[in-house]
Design a protein around this ligand. Structure first.
Ligand code: GLN
Ligand code: ZN
Length: 762
């Protein structure tokens, strides 16, 4: 960034355009290669990235956007926050790092959790009173020098000190009430040391990311933010500092930062454009550079450059200088839309992945800086693409719209629960404490091979169907043998619970190379929801009905809910999410009704992502919860009283969504609970939840097989909070990541726990 208007991006994908880092990591972990090879691949990727970004014409190039696993983990290691259990393994620095990420021998890894409201997961640093911060790892300096030697001056990107501590958790032995934030002064000393070193190495700018401050910061957090950046700003020898806030409304933090010596502030104008209002009377901004996040870093749509220019123009008078950027790091989008050879060409022309977004930023930077002439063609093309998408026939399905227009409140309402309960009991004749599973059974190599062969056209429809049926038969027989009460077909035909539905619905496109890092070496390929959603034909009935024909026990149909489908896709931005959710809900509702008509009496609609889409700013939550609940109810209320609707949520801390869970009005809700010792049931009681509940008694994220006694104890604990008529017995989540030996043993113990508790009741 120079004194005039510049262009930059806040971060870039790092897994490699061909997922080179994934392959290199996995080869290293499997001991097929050594450290030198892994480091060489990493170095090539870093250099290729900075050269690419410079070649694209950005004025300021982010550096240090690379990570071997996760940037929060990198920050912990840089500043010496390595837990004792990992340090004492006596491994090399690189292997200690991987031990923190993945665990080793007796040392469990750091906890992993979602990065704000994205699908990226970071590792949670553990900070205690004993943590000694220092500049323990000089990678940020080395990476700066490495880029410099390759001819590119970068702006090193670091996680900001406040966000780092706010994302950390107290270390195991920390005294009660200890908060990592207490360590801010010591941490700042280490940051200061790093800034000085970066300056000495030649860095002109450094970027400190403070996204935690964009989500309703407390007065204390704002005070600490100011104090921290005042302290760093006062260093006599340092690079200029850009503090970036994103994923929410950075407004409250702006005023604090404007009063510190930092030279630039980055704001996300996409998530919450109203942040501009707060800039109008902010005199401190007049001697700062405002880095305007005008290009959405999280979705895949081409930007409306005219609209972005108009927003940019309103900023010009408010700050000393305006630079153009992405709203957040481009970590959350795939590399290059040009790599997609199978996409519908028209849909493809509306898309922008990381490489294209960099170009958008460059074009905006030039146009805002007065060099519009050189980018007229880009602006014209962007305008044409935006207009084409707005007018395209394939984004609009009149039948879908007419059906939605005809919806009435009655379409989102079932009869009262007592009536339903009675009808269901009559129809299903379940014992007390009915046992079931969450849906998937282990995905064996054989099923994966069959799916891949079918996809590649190596086997025909009937042999694919036969192989899936064989698997379903095995899974049903196993469940019969184990004595489960409500069976499932096991989901062998599904690669992923969202992708599977996206591939069978109109309005979605799939990419072949659109990988996005989820965590570590793990990548996902989110479907792209571009148009009105319709279901051309039934999707799951053939599998569920086949399973039902094999048994006299009820087989539970398995569907993914509308909110989760949106959460794990790239979703169109040309209409309110609420409308898109209702379209998906209608498709699921059709599926629910077809299952019912085909004789399936229990249907589960999974919403594991309900909490994940919750807006970070509290003010925006009620509206979200309203449409999310309403879409679920639309999907599930088209059935008779006697059809039992289940839902499944993948967490046990409900917090802000607890009332919404009541409002879903599912007959049975299964949740994670094994680790929280059933305490979650009291929380549910407190808000008047009075439907069926299946608190998981088996933590499927661990390979440990719990004994029958242990699970029976959990059930007895649950019975203290829930009457026996409402309690279900099930694992925490789907079983697809486990192997059969574990699953069989765990389910056998689970059934025997249920039988034991039932007997003691009668
Ligand atoms: N029905 C899905 C399964 O069992 C649910 C997965 C989930 O909760 N994420 O795999
Ligand atoms: Zn789950």
């Amino acid at each position: 960034m120079t004194a005039e208007i510049g262009s930059t991006v806040l971060g870039y994908p790092r897994i490699g355009p061909e997922r080179e880092l994934k392959r290199a990591l996995e080869a290293y972990w499997a001991s097929r290669t050594g450290e030198a090879e892994l480091r060489a691949t990493a170095r090539e990727l870093r250099i290729a990235t900075v050269r690419e970004l410079r070649g694209a014409g950005l004025d300021s190039i982010p550096g240090g956007t690379f990570s071997y696993y996760d940037h929060v983990l990198d920050t912990a290691v840089t500043f010496g926050a390595v837990p004792q259990r990992h340090a004492e393994l006596g491994l090399s620095p690189l292997d200690t790092y991987f031990a923190m990420a993945r665990g080793a021998e007796s040392a469990p890894p750091l906890e992993m959790t979602k990065w704000f409201d994205t699908n990226y997961h970071y590792l949670v640093p553990e900070i205690g009173p004993e943590t000694r911060f220092s500049l323990a790892d000089r990678a940020p300096v080395e990476h700066f020098q490495e880029a410099l030697e390759a001819g590119v001056t970068t702006r090193p990107v670091l996680l900001g000190p406040l966000t780092f501590l706010l994302l950390s958790k107290p270390a195991g032995g920390a005294p009660r009430g200890f908060r990592p934030l207490e360590k801010l002064p010591e941490l700042l000393d280490a940051y200061a040391e790093l800034l000085v070193e970066l300056r000495r190495a030649g860095a002109e700018w450094v970027q400190l990311d403070e996204p935690a401050l964009a989500a309703d910061p407390t007065a204390e957090q704002l005070r600490e933010l100011r104090r921290a950046h005042q302290r760093l700003g006062e260093l006599t020898e340092r690079p200029k500092v850009l503090v970036a806030g994103y994923f929410g409304d950075f407004g409250p933090a702006l005023g604090e930062l404007a009063a510190t010596p930092v030279e630039a502030i980055g704001v996300d104008l996409v998530t919450d454009p109203s942040v501009v209002d707060g800039m109008v009377n902010l005199p401190g901004l007049r001697d700062k550079t405002l880095v305007a996040g005008l290009v959405n870093g999280r979705n895949v749509w081409r930007a409306d450059l005219d609209a972005a220019l108009a927003t940019g123009a309103t900023l010009l008078g408010l700050a000393g200088d305006v630079a153009v950027s992405t709203s957040c790091s481009l970590l959350h989008v795939p590399y290059d839309v040009e790599a997609e050879t199978d996409l519908d060409p028209q849909v493809k022309s509306w898309l922008s992945f990381a490489r294209q977004k960099v170009r958008e930023v460059v074009v905006l930077g030039k146009a805002l800086g007065g060099d519009r002439d050189s980018v007229v063609d880009d602006l014209d093309r962007a305008r044409a693409a935006v207009a084409d998408r707005a007018a395209a026939a394939k984004v609009r399905n009149h039948r879908v719209r007419a059906r939605l227009d005809a919806l009435r409140p009655a379409h989102r309402r079932r009869s009262d629960y007592a009536t339903r309960r009675e009808a269901q009991q009559e129809a299903l004749q379940l014992p007390p404490l009915p046992t079931t599973t969450i849906g998937s059974f282990p995905q064996t190599a054989d099923i994966r091979r069959a799916r891949a062969a079918w996809r590649a056209g190596r086997i025909d429809r009937s042999s694919y169907q036969q192989r899936m049926r064989d698997e379903i038969r095995r899974v049903v027989e196993l469940q019969e043998q184990l004595g489960l009460d409500v069976l499932v077909h096991g989901e062998p035909e599904r690669n992923d619970m969202v992708q599977y539905f996206a591939e069978h619905l109109e309005g979605f496109a799939s990419t072949t190379r659109g990988w996005v890092q989820s965590y570590g070496s793990r990548c996902v390929r989110p479907p792209i929801l571009f148009g009105d959603v319709a279901r051309p034909e039934p999707i799951t009935a053939e599998w569920s009905c086949y399973a039902q024909r094999l048994t006299g026990k009820p087989v539970k149909g398995m569907l993914t809910g509308p909110v989760t489908i949106l959460a794990w896709s790239f979703v169109r931005d040309d209409q309110p999410l609420a409308d898109t959710a209702d379209q998906v809900a209608m498709a699921i509702r059709d599926e629910v009704q077809d299952l019912e008509a085909a004789g399936i009496r229990v249907i589960q609609v999974d919403e594991p992502a309900l909490r994940e889409l919750l807006p970070l700013n509290a003010a925006r939550r009620p509206e979200y919860l309203e449409w999310a609940v309403s879409a679920f109810r639309l999907a599930t209320s088209g059935v008779a009283d006697s059809t039992q609707i289940h839902t499944h949520l993948c967490y046990s801390e409900f917090g802000d969504v607890i009332d919404a869970i009541v409002a879903l009005d599912a007959d049975v809700t299964s949740i994670e609970a094994a680790r929280s010792r059933m305490e979650v049931l009291d929380d549910l009681n407190a808000v008047g939840f009075a439907r069926g509940i299946g608190p998981g008694v088996h933590d499927i994220h661990s390979p440990r097989v719990p004994g029958a006694e242990e699970m029976a104890a959990l059930l007895r604990a649950a019975l203290n909070a829930v009457p026996v008529q409402r309690l279900w017995v099930n694992p925490d989540c789907g079983l697809k990541t486990r192997d059969y030996a574990e699953v069989e043993a765990a389910l056998r113990n689970m059934v025997s726990a249920a039988v034991q508790v039932r007997q003691s009741l009668s």
